[in-house]
Design a binder for this molecule. Structure first.
Ligand code: ZN
Length: 249
């Protein structure tokens, strides 16, 4: 790290668990973010500000007026621009030392695999279960750590699946694809502060994994209910019938 960078991260490097060594690991790390929306905006901003070396941001959608109240990477002036490209513009101002690579294509098993292969940590910030299952499948197949979260109304959930380790459950073990009731934030609404909290939690988990510090939420789910201030953590179990874990899905 250059002296200017060290000065930038001074306060964070004072955290004993992280230190200069952990900060250097963040600089050497590539984080893949799926989605530059409600979760992706806070997650990407915090990862860039934390000193991530490289962010790959995948989003096919374009910025719309109704995004702006919570997707604060984007601005009125960039309505109509692809969200991944808009995010790259915004993140340059957050931290010029972070390299940002936008991916503007659709996320499928085929398009995602080369991006996941480049990443040290994958952070799923998408808004639908179909994409969440694609991301889970590809991360499982390529053995990459995955942070995944969702937020609807006042309730959020977040999990970490570290597929570098054998025997870990996967997202599909807990939420099988064909049984899932796809509740979308677009139809049920979501509180802006909640997406901020959940995206920030995702960034924190990704930093912990990349730096190798603390206790990430591996194989667990944390449920967050900000309307009632109820925060709970449950352990997830591997499902022997899970098609992803059996290598069939
Ligand atoms: Zn599974």
């Amino acid at each position: 790290m250059e002296n200017l960078e060290k000065e930038r991260y001074l306060r964070q490097m004072k955290v004993a668990e992280l230190g200069e060594e952990g900060q250097e690991k963040l600089k050497q790390s590539t984080f893949l973010l799926i989605g530059a929306g409600g979760l992706g905006s806070p997650a990407a901003q915090l990862l860039a500000a934390s000193g991530a070396g490289r962010l790959i941001i995948a989003d096919f959608d374009t910025v719309e007026t109704n995004n702006l109240s919570r997707q604060f990477l984007h601005t009125d002036a960039r309505i109509g621009m692809n969200k991944a490209e808009s995010a790259a513009v915004a993140l340059k101002d957050v931290n010029p030392f972070t390299r940002v690579t936008p991916f503007t294509g659709k996320v499928t098993d085929e398009t995602l695999a080369p991006l996941v292969a480049e990443a040290d940590v994958v952070v799923d910030c998408c808004d639908n279960s179909k994409t969440r299952h694609v991301v889970n499948r590809v991360c499982h197949r390529l053995g990459k750590p995955l942070v995944t979260a969702g937020a609807i109304r006042g309730c959020g959930q977040i999990s970490v699946f570290d597929f570098r380790e054998s025997g870990t459950p996967c997202y599909a073990c807990a939420f099988p694809e064909d049984e899932e009731n796809d509740l979308k934030a677009s139809s049920l609404g979501v509180l802006t502060a909640l997406t901020g909290i959940m995206g920030a939690l995702e960034a924190a988990e990704a930093v912990k994994i990349a730096a190798g510090i603390g206790s990430p939420l591996k194989g667990k789910v944390m449920l967050v209910d900000i309307l009632n201030n109820d925060y709970r953590i449950f352990a997830l179990r591997s499902n022997p019938a899970c098609r992803v874990c059996r290598g069939e899905g």
